[in-house]
Write a protein that binds this ligand. Structure first.
Ligand SMILES: Nc1nc2c(c(=O)[nH]1)N[C@H]1C(S)=C(S)[C@@H](COP(=O)(O)OP(=O)(O)OC[C@H]3O[C@@H](n4cnc5c(=O)[nH]c(N)nc54)[C@H](O)[C@@H]3O)O[C@H]1N2
Ligand SMILES: Nc1nc2c(c(=O)[nH]1)N[C@H]1C(S)=C(S)[C@@H](COP(=O)(O)OP(=O)(O)OC[C@H]3O[C@@H](n4cnc5c(=O)[nH]c(N)nc54)[C@H](O)[C@@H]3O)O[C@H]1N2
Ligand code: SF4
Ligand SMILES: [Mo]
Length: 705
């Protein structure tokens, strides 16, 4: 489908929305008149969203033209955090940046400059290459709180992983995902499958829109996925429902695992998770007996815990146990295409990014603190960034080059904020003037997907190369352009980076037979035909990419780093059972960040259409807990954890079970992540325990109201 002119002077130009996650990025028809976007609609021909848009995408005009957009490069003139800057030219800004970065490299080594990408992902391959070509091993991203721990856990078990093959599955175990809010474009396919007879088991403490479509809902206590999975494994093994052939031939550590799960009989599993025995048994039987069955996992709820990696290992172990790994209708391993989207086709993204081997750079931040992470994940663990800025040990971090860095993403966000203030040079690139931006020394304005060209693959064998539908707002520039301009100045020896954006995309695309030039001929996107289907049971030919070549119930990698090789269950670091004394003062469990359809992290609070749907921050509290505390709907309440107290409105709802408090993250005020200690982390992955902390809620006394 091409761009089209209408009679009223409006041109309909094709682009994508990139406000939310990389599994969405809906196709957009931008109606442009006199260089201004006057209306947006979903692109009908895009197989991913088929003409639909969510509330956030529908508010795109408010996003693009928001008054907070950064419009010129800004150099700090006042104190850090005061927000006093003077506009400077792009050339001057890039020259200052280059001079500072090269100076710091000369004095303290390239590793003392950390490169960071926040939730925005499209610039990551170029930023990572720039970091490595500059000589720094310290490229890190928001994935230090999202998806990487789930990838890590699955890789420890299998060496690779795959999404559920929903089209062929008869049973889907949705282990904590709420696509109705988090991935709206996936929901139609899920409901179609349900209408065809798919059995759905939902795991998660909260009631979600999926719950009414689920055959069984296991409402576990936050942070206890591991115990639930082990209890289910015990039923499956005891009742002989596991796949003996697969287990005998293709796994290691089964005998130890079988012994270990005996410690999770139904009564104990109920006591830990809060789920009635009969439901655990029913779910275990349903998942094991309905063939084929798949598990839908998510990037965050099961790994946002101090025991997250082992929990996630336990639940993904059920796939191999029941012989549902890489089979039709199970979890189907597919090669990565580009930017978190499964292929084929397969690009050279990862080869492109690692322009310098690790051996030629200093050790990454936190290799000693999170050795398993560093062994498996090809990035630095960003949760350690504030710690090393403050400690200067084992080497100083003096500068951060941040693309979309939001200090409120970190647990102990105030600690991160203070750490950024200590940097010698903080270069920040963002769409908007944010509170994080205010502590930068130099700010460069980036632009939205409407103002740039970008490559996007879809899992539906569809690819698009967008061209800008409007000029960049003010002096803003695409992140990629900023990176290539920096590369000229700070990494001139990297000859590929010197060739510019499109040549670099072509290099990445080479094995696919596609090119930017070819894609430009299809402004609305190109359906990739003639791609052979990905085979199943690939391990039969090549084994598993683990140390043993098999699925590992007992992980050799964990053994090497002196971590329990089995997916053992431990209570979250703070929990009613693990720390009962603390629970006397903080008797409720705090889970944060369950997705809301109109918000995405810090981004859409500023848009009138989306913020109007929930103008004030609120915590969700069960009617029983509210009654115990004499709290009425909308009352101001104090939410306290051992670290901090914030004031917020109360929303009384059955969505949360008794004993659990839920609150969305990312608000400017109150700042939720000040409730967490900066070291409230899973020792294996470094992931924050955002979804299981202890808290108390009390009504704000009348005089303070
Ligand atoms: N609208 C919108 N969409 C988004 C985002 C957004 O902010 N807004 N964020 C994007 C990002 S970065 C991510 S990572 C994904 C997340 O996407 P999802 O994982 O789909 O969304 P969540 O709402 O975080 O979590 C889903 C469910 O996990 C369950 N859960 C909560 N705590 C626990 C627990 O302790 N254990 C278990 N087993 N389950 C638990 C809850 O029942 C919850 O309903 O969404 C992406 N999509
Ligand atoms: N308590 C709690 N905290 C959480 C979570 C939780 O569930 N609970 N979830 C965690 C998870 S899973 C995630 S993924 C993180 C997300 O955390 P963040 O990285 O904070 O996500 P955003 O707020 O979407 O984006 C950060 C910045 O990127 C800017 N930006 C947007 N688009 C672009 C662009 O194209 N270019 C540039 N240069 N900048 C851009 C935005 O303006 C914003 O300032 O938060 C984590 N923090
Ligand atoms: S789901 Fe919404 S925010 Fe996400 S890409 Fe689509 S329209 Fe944009
Ligand atoms: Mo995330």
């Amino acid at each position: 489908m091409n761009n089209r002119y209408c009679e009223n002077g409006v041109e309909i130009r094709k682009t994508i929305c990139s406000i939310c996650n990389p599994h969405s990025h809906c196709g957009i028809d931008a109606h442009v008149k006199d260089g201004v976007v006057v209306k947006v609609e979903g692109s009908l021909e895009n197989p991913h969203n088929r003409g639909t848009l969510c509330s956030k995408g529908a508010a795109s005009r408010q996003y693009i033209y928001h008054q907070d957009r950064l419009k010129t490069p800004l150099l700090r003139t006042g104190a850090k955090g005061a927000g006093e800057f003077r506009p400077i030219s792009r050339e001057e800004a890039l020259d200052i940046a280059a001079e500072r970065l090269k100076g710091i490299r000369a004095e303290s080594g390239a590793e003392s400059v950390a490169f960071f990408a926040g939730y925005p992902k499209w610039m990551r391959p170029f930023l990572k290459r720039l970091a490595h070509s500059f000589g720094s091993p310290n490229y890190c991203t928001e994935s230090s709180t999202c998806s990487s721990a789930a990838v890590l856990a699955a890789k420890l078990n299998y060496g690779c992983f795959g999404p559920p093959d929903i089209a062929n599955a008869k049973c889907l175990l949705v282990w904590s995902a709420n696509p109705f809010y988090s991935n709206t474009s996936a929901v139609r396919r899920l409901l179609d499958a349900k209408e065809r007879g798919l059995t759905i088991i939902e795991v998660g403490p909260l009631v979600t829109p999926l719950t009414r479509h689920a055959d069984v809902h296991l409402r576990l206590r936050p942070g206890t996925s591991g115990a639930l999975a082990l209890g289910m494994a015990n039923v499956i093994i005891e009742e002989g429902l596991y796949d003996r052939g697969f287990v005998e031939k293709w796994t290691v550590g089964f005998e130890e695992f079988k012994e270990y799960v005996k410690a999770f009989p139904l009564a104990r599993t109920e006591a830990i998770t809060g789920i009635p025995e009969h439901l655990i048994r029913q779910a275990a039987r349903l998942y094991a007996k309905t063939k084929p069955a798949a598990i839908q996992v998510s990037a965050s709820p099961t790994v946002h815990h101090t025991n997250g990696v082992q929990n996630h290992r336990a639940l993904t172990a059920l796939i191999g146990l029941t012989g549902n790994f890489d089979v039709p209708g199970g979890n189907h391993v597919r090669p990565p295409a580009y930017l978190y989207v499964p292929g084929p086709p397969v690009t050279r993204q990862h080869e492109y990014e690692q322009s310098r081997p690790w051996s030629e750079m200093a050790p990454r931040m936190a290799v000693d603190r999170f050795p398993v992470w560093s062994h498996v994940i090809a990035e630095a663990q960003a949760m350690h960034l504030p710690v090393q800025i403050q400690s200067g040990s084992p080497y100083p971090i003096r500068s951060v080059v941040g693309f979309g860095l939001n200090h409120r993403m970190w647990p102990g966000s105030d600690f991160m904020y203070e750490s950024l203030k200590k940097l010698d040079f903080f270069l920040h690139v963002d769409l908007f003037m944010t509170d994080t931006g205010k502590v930068a020394d130099l700010l460069l304005p980036a632009c939205t997907s409407f103002e740039r060209s970008e490559l996007k693959f879809y899992p539906e064998k569809f690819v698009i190369w967008t061209t800008p539908v409007i000029d960049p707002v003010g002096e803003s520039r695409p992140d990629a352009e900023i990176i290539f301009d920096l590369a000229k100045r700070i990494a001139p020896e990297d000859t590929l980076l010197q060739q510019g954006y499109e040549a670099n995309v072509d290099w990445i695309l080479a094995p696919t037979g596609l090119s930017v030039e070819k894609l430009k001929q299809h402004p609305g996107g190109l359906a990739l035909e003639d791609i052979p289907p990905v085979p199943y049971r690939k391990y039969e030919k090549s084994g598993f990419p683990t140390p043993s070549g098999k699925m590992e119930f007992a992980s050799n990698v964990l053994k090497r780093f002196a971590v329990d090789p089995l997916p053992t269950f431990k209570e979250p670091a703070l929990s009613p059972i693990g720390t009962p004394d603390l629970a006397k003062n903080f008797p409720l469990i705090l889970t944060t960040g369950a997705r809301l359809p109109m918000f995405i992290h810090s981004r859409t609070f500023r848009l009138p259409w989306t913020s109007g749907l929930r103008p004030d921050p609120m915590l969700d509290i069960n009617p029983e807990d509210a009654e115990d505390r004499d709290i009425a709907q909308g009352d101001s309440v104090l939410l306290s954890t051992p670290r901090n107290t914030i004031t917020v409105g109360a929303n009384i709802t059955q969505i949360v079970p008794p004993g659990v408090i839920n609150i969305y993250h990312g608000y400017r005020n109150p700042e939720i992540n000040t409730l967490f200690e900066p070291d409230y982390l899973d020792p294996v992955s470094g992931f924050p325990g955002f979804k299981s902390l202890l808290c108390q809620v009390v009504k704000v006394p009348k005089e303070e109201d």
